[in-house]
Design a protein around this ligand. Structure first.
Ligand SMILES: C[S@@+](CC[C@H](N)C(=O)[O-])C[C@H]1O[C@@H](n2cnc3c(N)ncnc32)[C@H](O)[C@@H]1O
Length: 447
């Protein structure tokens, strides 16, 4: 019985994602705690949950082909169990007989009427390996490369197209990105400047200093929230790319006063935490704006003890005392640059999410242009590489603002010698190039 608990946990997590719209990274830890699964069992349940969700689009095509009917016509409990079974058969080293019998046992308890059907479908899937199935269910690469990659590397085709466009139509590089998106991302810590040094922190937590950000530490595993450095506010969990873009705003050359910084989209406070720590060193103060009340509270918690004032308001509304020296707009976006961290999100996101988001992005960036003093700097950041959320938003917001704003080359304000930064003036980081989320940065100076 014990050996099947991890599969049961994975099933509960996948079912909650589909049934309740849950997020796997939030619901799974709670399920593991309730079921008292630790160590290898927890790792196996996590691998199954994340793997089945990431590869869902392709698994569904294979399950559908093996079943002789579309997965949409299979009842949800049997469907989720079959996804987990197919994942074990095609992506893990679990022996085929164990994958089939454990999945059939699971189906017996969640969808008793579908036991025989599930058995037949899984046996059919087990007759071929993943490559053979992909050759069967994907369109030929030569006919439609992005449609092929969408199936082979399990991403919706509109996302593959958007990545390919942002990568200059380099299909080989797009493929490398898609493959990287299907890996488990490492956990990065940010060693808060003035509180702990990255080398010291790496030593303390058994990690390694980051490749690029002077504040980054790569964690080997474990629960970062339990680390003394995190509990004591010397460090926080933050992707290295997020550290780099926030630090670039602070490092960019600026004439005149440099004491008032603004973070216009601050929740939950990762970048505000780093800006606040840097503000102590530079004698500056930070105003952090956040529209969602609970997220504004998280910003207050994340910046405790730092010179950060949190304002709970819409960043598009007039601020009490504008004329800031440096402004960060870490805009709400599709999050297509951090698909590694949210296994289900690629299937939830839709192209129709773009128009309302890009409108909000333009309005927030327009508000930043009004809030920065003449000569001051604005950093526009997204964790999406979609060109409509990056270049188009920047160009349109600048055009519509009626204010004199010019792009500044952001590359010199990233660590010296950092590879793969392109031709400028904006910067696009990538998981497959830099090991970071796909953060975009545009630096603009108001004339
Ligand atoms: C990408 S997140 C920011 C992440 C944050 N900078 C960090 O590093 O932790 C975008 C944030 O903008 C907030 N937001 C959305 N619309 C807003 C608005 N009109 N004014 C201010 N904040 C807004 C969202 O609630 C969300 O917390």
């Amino acid at each position: 019985m014990r050996t099947d608990l991890p599969r049961r946990a994975a099933y509960e997590a996948v079912a909650a994602v589909h049934r309740d719209g849950a997020y796997a990274n939030l619901v799974l830890p709670a399920i593991l705690r309730d079921m008292r699964l630790y160590g290898r069992d927890a790792a196996f349940a996590t691998e199954l949950t994340y793997g089945a969700l990431r590869h869902e689009g392709t698994l569904d095509l294979i399950v559908g082909a093996a079943a002789g009917r579309e997965v949409a016509r299979i009842d949800p409990p049997a469907r989720d169990a079959l996804r987990l079974g197919a994942y074990q058969l095609l992506h893990t080293r679990v022996p085929a007989h164990a994958a089939v019998s454990a999945t059939v046992d699971l189906v017996r308890s969640v969808a008793p009427g579908a036991t025989g059907f599930a058995n037949a479908v899984l046996r059919e899937i087990g007759t071929q390996d993943l490559d053979a199935w992909i050759a069967k269910v994907a369109p030929p690469y030569d006919k439609d490369p992005t449609a092929y990659l969408a199936v082979a590397d399990s991403h919706p085709q509109w996302i593959v197209r958007a990545f390919n466009e942002a990568l200059g139509s380099d299909l080989d590089e797009t493929t490398r990105l898609l493959i990287e998106d299907n890996q488990r991302p490492p956990v990065h810590l940010c060693a808060r400047p003035g509180r702990v040094d990255a080398v010291e922190l790496a030593d303390e937590v058994g990690g390694a200093p980051g490749a690029f950000s002077p504040y980054a530490v790569y964690l080997p595993g474990g629960a970062p929230g339990d680390l003394a450095a995190v509990v004591e506010g010397r460090a926080h969990v933050q992707d290295e790319g997020s550290q780099l873009v926030a630090a670039a705003l602070v490092n960019a050359s600026l004439d005149g006063p440099d004491a008032r910084w603004l973070d216009l989209c601050a929740g939950p406070g990762g970048k505000a935490g780093l800006l606040g720590a840097l503000a102590v060193e530079r004698g500056a103060e930070v105003t952090a704006v956040e529209v969602a009340e609970h997220r504004a509270r998280l910003v207050s918690q994340a910046t405790r003890g730092l010179p950060v004032t949190v304002l709970h308001q819409d960043g598009r509304e007039e601020l009490p005392e504008p004329a800031y020296d440096r402004v960060l707009v870490d805009a709400p976006c599709t999050g297509l640059g951090s698909l590694r961290r949210r296994p289900e999100s690629r299937w939830r996101r839709q192209p129709s999410d773009l128009p309302p988001l890009t409108r909000l992005q333009r309005e927030l960036l327009g508000a930043a242009f009004r809030a920065v003093r003449p000569g001051g700097l604005v950093a526009y950041v997204t964790c999406s590489p979609h060109l409509v959320e990056t270049h188009v938003t920047v160009t349109e917001a600048a055009r519509r603002s009626g204010l004199p704003v010019d792009l500044v080359d952001a590359r010199p304000f990233l660590p010296a010698g950092m590879p793969g930064l392109g031709a400028g003036p904006t910067v696009q980081l990538w998981p497959h190039r830099h090991g970071t989320d796909a953060m975009f940065l545009a630096l603009l100076r108001r004339g």
